[in-house]
Design a protein around this ligand. Structure first.
Ligand SMILES: Nc1nc2c(ncn2[C@@H]2O[C@H](COP(=O)(O)OP(=O)(O)OP(=O)(O)O)[C@@H](O)[C@H]2O)c(=O)[nH]1
Length: 416
């Protein structure tokens, strides 16, 4: 059936500025819609459409309200709007090329592209809300963080784990957070040669770490990339980081479950691993528990079981577990997934998962403010030229860091 165009976004709907003829296919449950644009028309009998939707779809009348103006996506020139529409449509249909292009867009540092990226994200977010509603409020994807020191076997694990999930008809995306690649010029996660088999799997999408940017910038784009992957229908999103810096703390703040992958090695060999990160782990997996390494793996497992008992409980429904696995032989990987789904179900039914996600949203917002404020500060005309001189004075000991900061902050405030 053809009706004049509307952009339907449940629980809200509003009529698009550019009107189209559309084909609407309602599902029997009447709250899933596919809209296909066929061509422009110049008038839009809104009242008729509303009553048509309400009567023919059985939707409650209050679902058909106009969205608040600040939620509307508009204001882009046609060319950019077409780009957003193309990426959005491709993304929600599961086209990997569109997902890749969309992530490149959110990674862009150009202000124009950033704006376009935000419009796209806003659209994807609305789509998320609709889909979550259809899913009885359950999140679309399971977000899992994976961290571990170099050589722990992260890529071997992801390859094995990812393939197991795709065989079970999950769609898996792997995002890497590795700001070391921007600071040292070399990537600790050694992006290119990793997970070759999984990267050929049509139900998997692997995105290497952005090669530029600060930790703040990289985590921002990773957060946004998670949303895009979920929009693309990936129901398990793995965020990988190397556990020797700050990035793993950032990753723990963007996922539902945080997993620490360790080799069967004792304290000295794991010095690079920060103590704090163990406290954040929901599951510790001792990898390489095969062959001669089974015995040391058992010992390390026992050590971590005792260590975790001493930590403060972060959840009412879950105590961190320690498991032995072998990414090489695949042993323990299926059991590990069972534990992970148990965690997910418990967190979901207790309401802790949703609460955690909400908290993370707030943290994310403040991180963005912090990052943007700093960028604004550094590039402000009143302080920009003074920074090198004052930094030099602090370095040579002529000025205390506190005084230099005060001088810069004063110059900034005066210049506002
Ligand atoms: N015996 C054994 N070796 C493993 C296992 N998992 C990984 N390895 C080996 O450990 C080495 C490091 O594995 P990777 O998967 O590259 O480790 P990684 O943590 O991804 O390391 P980076 O790529 O440097 O971050 C490789 O030689 C693997 O073959 C395992 O379960 N058992």
């Amino acid at each position: 059936m053809k009706i004049p165009s509307l952009l339907l976004r449940f629980p809200h709907c509003y009529f698009s500025r550019r009107t189209y003829f559309v084909n609407c296919h309602f599902t029997s449950r009447a709250d899933l819609l596919c809209i296909e644009s066929l061509g422009p028309v110049h008038h839009c009998p809104t009242k008729w459409i509303r009553s048509w939707i309400c009567s023919s779809s059985g939707l409650r009348r209050e679902l058909c309200q106009q969205v608040a103006p600040d939620q509307q996506i508009e204001g882009l020139p046609d060319r950019e709007q077409r780009l957003v529409d193309r990426l959005y449509n491709g993304l929600i249909r599961g086209h990997r090329a569109c997902l890749a292009e969309a992530i490149t867009l959110v990674e862009s540092t150009q202000s124009r592209k950033k704006k376009v990226a935000q419009v796209l994200l806003q659209k994807v977010l609305s789509y998320h809300r609709e889909q979550e509603k259809l899913n009885q409020g359950k999140p679309l994807a399971f977000r899992v963080g994976l961290s571990g020191p170099p050589g722990a076997g992260k890529s071997t694990f992801i390859e094995c784990f990812g393939k197991m999930l795709t065989e079970r008809k999950y769609k898996v995306s792997v995002l890497a957070v590795d700001p070391s690649s921007s600071t040292s010029g070399g990537s600790l996660l050694g992006d290119k040669t990793r997970m070759t088999e999984l990267s050929r799997d049509m139900n998997a999408y692997i995105r290497p770490s952005p090669t530029r940017g600060t930790l703040g910038g990289v985590t921002r784009t990773t957060n946004e990339a998670i949303l895009l992957c979920e929009g693309g229908g990936y129901n398990v999103v793995l965020v990988e980081t190397v556990g020797v810096g700050q990035s793993e703390f950032a990753v723990a703040d963007m996922v539902d479950m945080f997993i620490l992958l360790l080799p069967p090695a004792g304290g000295d060999e794991l010095q690079g691993i920060k103590r704090g990160i163990i406290e954040m782990a929901d599951l510790v997996a001792i990898n390489k528990a095969d062959g001669d390494l089974v015995v040391p793996a058992r010992r390390i497992q026992a050590e971590y079981v005792s260590a975790l008992k001493l930590l403060r409980r972060r959840s009412k429904v879950w105590r961190p577990k320690v498991m032995r696995i072998s990414a090489k032989t695949g042993e323990g990987i299926s059991d590990m997934w069972d534990k992970m789904t148990e965690f997910h179900d418990l967190m979901l039914t207790s309401g802790e998962l949703i609460a955690k996600r909400r908290r993370q949203q707030k943290v994310w917002m403040w991180n963005l403010i912090q990052e943007n404020m700093l960028e604004h500060f550094r590039s402000h005309l009143a302080v920009k030229d003074k920074i090198p001189l004052l930094e030099e004075k602090v370095l040579s000991g002529v000025l205390s860091p506190g005084l230099a900061a005060d001088l810069l902050l004063k110059a900034f405030k005066d210049g506002l």
